[in-house]
Design a protein. Structure first.
Length: 250
């Protein structure tokens, strides 16, 4: 199986002007609040244990609700048979895709479970987020993560305000643009997803993806944007970690 590739460009400067340059005035956004789960030591200490264990748990609530569990980076060798290919199980959708951003190219596996709009925000307060995972997501965590990952007694980080514009035309290429704001952070991500054609080889598909990523970066830079090396998820989790570890806020 040739996995799909998600081309991602992260921006962290002059966001308001970049949004104006990228988003047409008639575009309809999807608005949500986002929370991430982390272990208690990750909030009170100097590390983020779940992120360090390559596990990301994200809750989204608003116009469209879902909860996702992602292992990133991962390898196909560490994914047991059931998890070696994409499938749908009720409201849960399992996918494997490569995340490409700049020079960073990794494989990610995730289970996303859809929920009724607005329902997750009502459940998140005072709740251990692991209790919100469905059966498929729990099975994924058990089967695909290493022993010792601190999955119990988690806390939530957030909320982060998310505004997403799907199907934006960027110089003829369909992309999703998503803006995250929380405290003094203001971040933007431009994403294009590619799926291999039936006659593609891995080499041909990767060459195509490299060319598309280059074109995407040039289109973004032409609008005055500055590309960041760190993903928005890592930026948020590391920022909250650093602030928790330094009560003075210095």
């Amino acid at each position: 199986m040739i996995p799909p590739i998600a081309l991602k460009i992260n921006l962290d400067a002059d966001i308001a002007n970049v949004v104006s340059a990228l988003i047409p005035p008639t575009a309809t956004p999807i608005r949500r609040s986002i929370w991430f789960a982390e272990a208690h030591p990750g909030i009170g200490g100097s590390t983020t244990p779940l992120l360090s264990s390559r596990l990301i748990i994200r809750i989204r609530s608003g116009d469209q609700d879902d909860i996702s569990v992602k292992l990133r980076p991962c390898t196909t060798a560490e994914l047991p048979d059931r998890w070696s290919r994409e499938f749908v199980d009720g409201d849960a959708r399992y996918r494997i895709e490569a995340d490409w951003g700049g020079r960073h190219r990794v494989l990610a596996a995730s289970v996303v479970s859809g929920r009724p709009a607005g329902s997750m925000a009502a459940q998140i307060t005072g709740t251990d987020p692991v209790s919100l995972l469905d059966a498929t997501q729990r099975q994924f965590v058990v089967a695909c993560t290493a022993c010792g990952v601190p999955i119990d007694h988690l806390v939530t980080i957030g909320p982060i305000t998310s505004t997403a514009w799907p199907d934006v035309d960027l110089d003829g290429a369909p992309v999703t643009v998503e803006r995250w704001t929380v405290a003094d952070l203001d971040m933007l991500e431009v994403t294009m997803r590619l799926r291999p054609r039936p006659d593609d080889t891995p080499t041909r598909f990767e060459h195509l993806a490299s060319a598309r990523l280059y074109d995407l970066e040039e289109s973004v830079r032409a609008r005055g944007a500055r590309i960041s090396a760190m993903s928005k998820t890592e930026r948020v989790l590391h920022t909250f970690r650093d602030r928790a570890a330094d009560p003075s806020g210095a």
